[in-house]
Design a protein. Structure first.
Length: 472
């Protein structure tokens, strides 16, 4: 290999310095180069070979054949085999079926290729895996995420180190790489898809970056400085968020005292809470949670859960599951009636004298009572159905049951709303009251009271006749 060019050796030393600075590489460690056969990866392998003796490392390479470009893909694999044989570098070639992966996981071929590639590299036996991302790649990634929309963390672009993955060429531009390879007369292969603008990244590379470079010839260096600054800020905020989250995370899926945090920390803590609940974090969700903070209440999240903000606490609660299938309707009997699992309706009959005392002492029970003599035929319990209507006592019009239920019951009880009907139709709606046609009046002598409880509620609440010593 011809490494005698002064400019090229300076770039080699820069990459070697980055490798030693970014990692805890030790003498005897193996560093595997992710080798595509393109200019950047070929130059990376030469850089690793340059610093192999200085750092005391072993160098290997891995080529992932995606089989997306037919003969061209096989050409790249053959080139990498020949190159590594010439340089006596151990090479691992892994064949992956990107199209099958994309079909199975319903994702783009671009994402499938990335996932397959990193899965293969994860299996490589080495302490470190070096990838050939350059300052030009970093700029393109920054612009791609800026266009698509990203948080501060997203705008930090390509991390120099991620686990055992290291990118020692992030301070080197693609043009520097190509100049060095030209000086070394080093061949490499070209990926024909890099010239096509079918991918957003290629359009950024071919159309947007040249405009920026015309405005600032050192755009990669300028963007690199900005990205490093953002990385420092992001790292500081992450440390602060660690402390704030530990203090606010008072229970599972619960944050307390968010109002006392600065907005930047509050938003990050809310993002972590969403992650804990396995909810994909998006800017619009965080903005909605921030609005919820000022208004209180609840808001439905993707995936079947609710964000509930109350008294300074933010909780992520699972959505109530739909009740198990039940009979279309159940004939009412005195005592305990079960229509929906986890709930029961209690039917109690009273003389007018006893019922009147209950109503006078506890007015909230007035809309649970019906005049038994006004009921026509058998009484059945059922859930609500599309098109249900009822004329409730005290209203001068017929109401849609669905709207009445939404008005009177909390969201977690609407699916289990109990209705009672006789031969003439609906005469009782849980939470809303009874129909005008069965409402008690001065001539009523026999009353029926209908009350719905969740299983645990009955034990907590004493009935009015129990508190006042009234007979059943």
């Amino acid at each position: 290999m011809r490494d005698e060019n002064v400019g090229t050796r300076a770039v080699f030393r820069q990459v070697a310095h980055q490798l030693a600075t970014l990692t805890a590489v030790q003498a005897g460690d193996t560093v595997c180069a992710a080798l595509s056969g393109g200019a950047d990866s070929v130059f990376l392998l030469r850089c690793l070979l340059f610093c192999r003796e200085t750092l005391g490392i072993s160098v290997t390479a891995a080529h992932i054949n995606h089989h997306l470009r037919g003969e061209e893909s096989d050409r790249d694999a053959a080139f990498c085999r020949q190159l590594c044989e010439t340089w006596a570098v151990p090479l691992t070639v892994v064949d992956v079926d990107v199209r099958a992966y994309a079909a199975a996981h319903r994702c783009s071929e671009e994402l499938a290729a990335r996932n397959c590639r990193y899965a293969a590299l994860d299996a490589v036996p080495a302490q470190w895996v070096a990838t050939a991302h350059t300052a030009s790649d970093n700029l393109e990634t920054f612009l791609h995420r800026l266009v698509r929309g990203a948080s501060l963390h997203g705008l930090t672009a390509i991390p120099p180190v991620n686990g055992r993955y290291v990118r020692p060429m992030l301070d080197i531009t693609r043009q520097q790489v190509e100049d060095c390879l030209s000086q070394l007369a080093q061949p490499y292969v070209e990926d024909s898809t890099n010239a096509a603008d079918i991918y957003t990244r290629n359009r950024i590379r071919h159309q947007l970056v040249p405009v920026l470079r015309a405005l600032n010839p050192a755009i990669e260096r300028t963007a690199g400085g900005l990205i490093r600054s953002l990385c420092r800020d992001a790292a500081f905020l992450e440390t602060q968020t660690d402390q704030a989250y530990a203090a606010c995370h008072t229970a599972s899926h619960t944050l307390t005292g968010l109002d006392r945090l600065a907005p930047a920390l509050r938003m990050r803590c809310m993002a972590r809470l969403l992650e804990e609940a396995h909810v994909s974090v998006e800017a619009r969700l965080l903005e909605q949670l921030e609005r919820l903070r000022t208004s209180g209440g609840r808001w439905q999240l993707p995936g079947g859960s609710y964000a509930v903000w109350q008294s300074g606490n933010l909780k992520i609660q699972p959505m109530m599951k739909s009740p198990a299938p039940v009979a279309e309707k159940v004939r009412l009997k005195l005592g305990k009636n079960v229509l929906f699992p986890g709930f029961f309706l209690e039917a109690t009959d009273f003389s007018r004298e006893t019922a009147q005392k209950i109503v006078n002492v506890h007015e909230k029970f007035a809309n649970c009572c019906v005049d038994c003599d006004k009921i026509k035929g058998a009484i059945f319990l059922r859930g609500k159905r599309p098109g249900d209507r009822v004329r409730l006592a005290g209203r001068n019009c017929t109401s849609v049951v669905k709207k009445v239920v939404q008005e009177k019951l909390p969201p977690d009880r609407r699916k289990t709303a109990h209705l009672a009907e006789d031969a003439e139709g609906i005469f009782y709606v849980e939470g809303a009251g009874v129909a005008q046609r069965v409402a008690p009046d001065e001539g009523t002598t026999h009353m029926l009271m209908l009350r719905v409880y969740a299983d645990a509620e009955k034990e907590k609440e004493s009935e009015p006749w129990e508190k006042n010593g009234m007979p059943m």
